[in-house]
Design a protein around this ligand. Structure first.
Ligand code: ASP
Length: 329
């Protein structure tokens, strides 16, 4: 019998009640056995409670604990499944993919839109598909949801109340779990598995919008070591109106040696800072193109870059070098 490590972190999947609250560990395990008995035919499952939270409470310190646990235990298992709330699942999937480079086992995150114990819950199928993917799918950090397997650091939560809650706008699916389950090969493992669990969360994610007072992002610089800017389209932002121009922000960040990573608000494709005046200005000030990174992957990667590098140039190299297939240049 293959062995699967299942780390439960909480989320809707493990909730119950009218005003849903987290099932206690014993009740969760009982519900799991009663509702998805097939799981235990697929594999010998070791269930471990990492935490039991709504994923809006997820924090970088828990990502690091999860990464350490996976790093320590995976050599004794054939793969792992991490159950997680859908709200911040994309952040956790990115973090685990960056913290566990050279992974040689599958780590599959899943969750559900409806609690496991409820009729018409999507949890049952998602769990069975996640275990199947952990046993047969690519050996990298992935997200399994609604019969699809995605690269973890490429996903976005796109729906609140429909079952196909995730998409991977800039990268093809890694698996389709229909009548048959078919998988792509995924990342080729490079080197030995490593643990890179340090992060510096002193970052901020700023979305550009018409009418933004540039004094606010300027004030943010007092509190951060790095910034991700979700710019318009190809990486654009206002520079013409002196009262609304973000040019002073880029100049000041350069003066203070605070790296700015630019990603796009657009859902598909990535930024090209060479295309328009504002992007070119940003580049000249040393801004870092985040190419087609999702905003959440860019933010987590910047946290990691700040923990492992010292200069803006080193952060640039770190952010722009793929660790686990998270960006296309
Ligand atoms: N708020 C929940 C969570 O992220 C939503 C879900 O799991 O779907 O934990």
């Amino acid at each position: 019998m293959p062995r699967i490590l299942m780390l439960h972190t909480g989320g809707t999947l493990g909730m119950a009640g009218r005003r849903p609250s987290a099932l206690r560990p014993a009740a969760f395990f009982r519900t799991l056995k009663a509702r998805v008995p097939e799981l235990f035919e697929l594999a010998d499952i070791e269930l471990e409670l990492a935490c039991n939270i709504d994923s809006s409470e997820m924090q970088p310190e828990i990502w690091a604990e999860l990464a350490r646990e996976l790093y320590r235990k995976l050599p004794h298992f054939d793969g792992a499944v991490v159950t997680h709330g859908t709200d911040t699942l994309a952040f956790t999937a990115s973090a685990l993919s960056f913290m566990l480079p050279g992974l040689n086992k599958a780590v599959v995150l899943t969750g559900s839109q409806r609690p496991l114990g409820e009729i018409r819950s999507d949890a049952r199928l998602n769990l069975i598909d996640a275990v199947t993917s952990a046993l047969r799918g690519p050996k990298e950090v992935t997200v399994c949801f609604d019969s699809r397997l995605y690269r973890g650091n490429r996903v976005r939560k796109v729906k609140v109340s429909e079952y196909d809650a995730f998409e991977s706008p800039n990268f093809p699916v890694l698996g389709v779990l229909g009548v048959n389950a078919t998988f792509e090969p995924g990342l080729r493992p490079r080197g030995r598995p490593r643990l890179r669990d340090a992060l510096d969360p002193r970052v901020f994610l700023l979305k550009v919008f018409p009418g933004m007072d540039p004094a606010i992002p300027l004030a943010v610089l007092d509190h951060v070591r790095g910034l991700v800017i979700e710019a318009y389209g190809a990486g654009n932002f206002p520079v013409a109106d002196p009262l609304r121009s973000l040019a002073p922000l880029f100049r000041e960040a350069k003066r203070r040696q605070i790296p700015i990573v630019v990603v796009s608000q657009a859902y598909r494709n990535g930024v090209d800072l060479t295309l328009y005046e504002s992007g070119a200005f940003a580049l000249a000030q040393g801004a870092i193109s985040g190419y087609d990174l999702t905003p959440s992957a860019a933010l987590v990667k910047l946290m990691q870059a700040l923990a492992y590098t010292r200069t803006v140039d080193e952060v640039r190299r770190y952010v722009q070098t793929p660790i686990a297939g998270e960006l296309t240049r």
